[in-house]
Design a protein around this ligand. Sequence first.
Ligand SMILES: [Zn+2]
Length: 237
Amino acid sequence: MYETWEEIEAHPLQNGMALEHFLETIDVAPAFAPSDGIVRCIDEGTPGGVHLAGSGILFENEDELIELLHQNQIKGLMSHSNCGAAKLSAKQNGWPIADADQYGAYHVQAIAQKAGLNYAGHIEIDKLTRPAHQHTAWAAYYDTTGTFNPLKVPELPLGFGITRSLHTAADQPLSEMKIATQIAFGDHGWGKKFTHKKQLLLIPIASPGFSLPMLIKELAPLKEKYRELVRIEGFTI
Ligand SMILES: [Zn+2]
């Protein structure tokens, strides 16, 4: 039911086809249907439209987070099981990692409450759109529409979803892209299966106000770090 590495290797985008040309062969419009306004994690297992790492749990300044949620007319927040961001935050705050699910749910709920927003629930393991203990993403989307959901178009690569347009500055979304690439290249991701021939795709999605050259420039530190193991190729909507 989940995509195997053999299937990913056989995908046109892993066999020399340019993204621009691939997009001409499919209908990408359903991936940009209006979002429900609920923030989900950047995890490829929790597709939606608007995303923040751990639904905001890693924000150091809670007031800034709440302001960002209000400015973007966010309606609610969801937490999820096996959340890497929740584990990271639990660790940073001296909580046992075994309780990270509970910790994550509790904190996302607390953020929602403080912001006066709806806590839209906890996505359980069997509802994730990836295997429970493995990250099968082979792309990371850097989206500026706040609506993008690749799961609506089965031909699109499964990928982490980072919502660039929630933020004025690039530092926070770039740090979320870094988390996504670390997971993809780590023990829980495809890791060493990525090579210079079968790369992790970093896909900026440009829209009015966020040009493609600007987004590609923002992602340059990741290209510097991973070199030929990543390919930055975006498109404009
Ligand atoms: Zn997560």
